[in-house]
Design a protein around this ligand. Structure first.
Ligand SMILES: [Zn+2]
Length: 235
């Protein structure tokens, strides 16, 4: 169960157990897990995290410094917003990527040399994510534009390494396709953030007020980036 501490905005995984008598915190792979007796109120758990905040922050930071991007290709499991797709690679007469339910088929041309196979897979998947991003961001920008009563001049999808979105003074919005590897609520935050720049081109308090008006969880989203942005790489 994914939760967010209401006092510290630290995201955590809650693992309730019938056998436990007390709450315990665990940090693994740069993530906080809370082991709690079944039925303990969220308020109480969040209060416990608040008490241990310094310990949690120190250990998260230590682990994140060592955090390396997961090898999704090797794991055969690809995140796509809130979904996880099983990757199946097959040799074929031509290269292509197609989705069938929760399976992502990657046909790799048998003309690709063994030495180039991994690189080629990454290129094909990158192009596929780019297409997904074009569709998803077009839809989410349309939705949020209506909520916020603003209008972007155009939406572009970019292949940046570690920049997530931008907005120009002419109202051109750009988004990184790697946000398709993040949960929906995080990618949505970037949409609201960039659309808010149509009203305020800076990061003034007026800007953040506007973000908060439409996206009250923005602090959690910023926190998510601090802790998890290493996940937003294919390798
Ligand atoms: Zn900004």
């Amino acid at each position: 169960m994914s939760e967010i501490c209401q006092f510290t905005a630290i995201p955590y995984q809650l693992k309730p157990s019938l056998r436990r008598r007390s709450v315990a915190l665990q940090i693994r792979n740069g993530q906080l897990t809370v082991l709690a007796p079944a039925g303990v109120a969220k308020q109480q758990i969040d209060g416990f995290i608040l008490q241990k905040q310094q310990w949690v922050a120190r250990h998260l930071q230590l682990q994140q410094q060592a955090a390396v991007p997961p090898d999704y290709l090797l794991a055969g499991l690809l995140p796509l917003l809130d979904e996880k797709l099983q990757l199946k690679v097959v040799s074929d007469s031509c290269s292509a990527v197609s989705r069938d339910g929760q399976t992502l088929w990657l046909q790799l041309s048998n003309r690709v040399s063994t030495a180039r196979r991994r690189q080629k897979q990454l290129e094909l998947l990158g192009a596929w994510y780019q297409q997904q991003a074009e569709l998803w961001f077009a839809a989410r920008v349309a939705y949020w534009q209506q909520q916020m009563q603003v209008q972007a001049s155009a939406v572009h999808i970019k292949n940046w390494q570690s920049k997530w979105g931008s907005c120009t003074s002419k109202g051109l919005l750009s988004f990184n396709w790697r946000l398709m590897l993040a949960p929906c609520w995080v990618a949505d935050y970037v949409v609201v953030h960039e659309l808010a720049h149509l009203s305020h081109m800076d990061h003034s308090s007026a800007f953040w007020q506007r973000v908060a008006k439409f996206y009250p969880e923005f602090k959690q989203a910023k926190q998510w980036f601090k802790q998890h942005q290493h996940l937003l790489q294919l390798v």
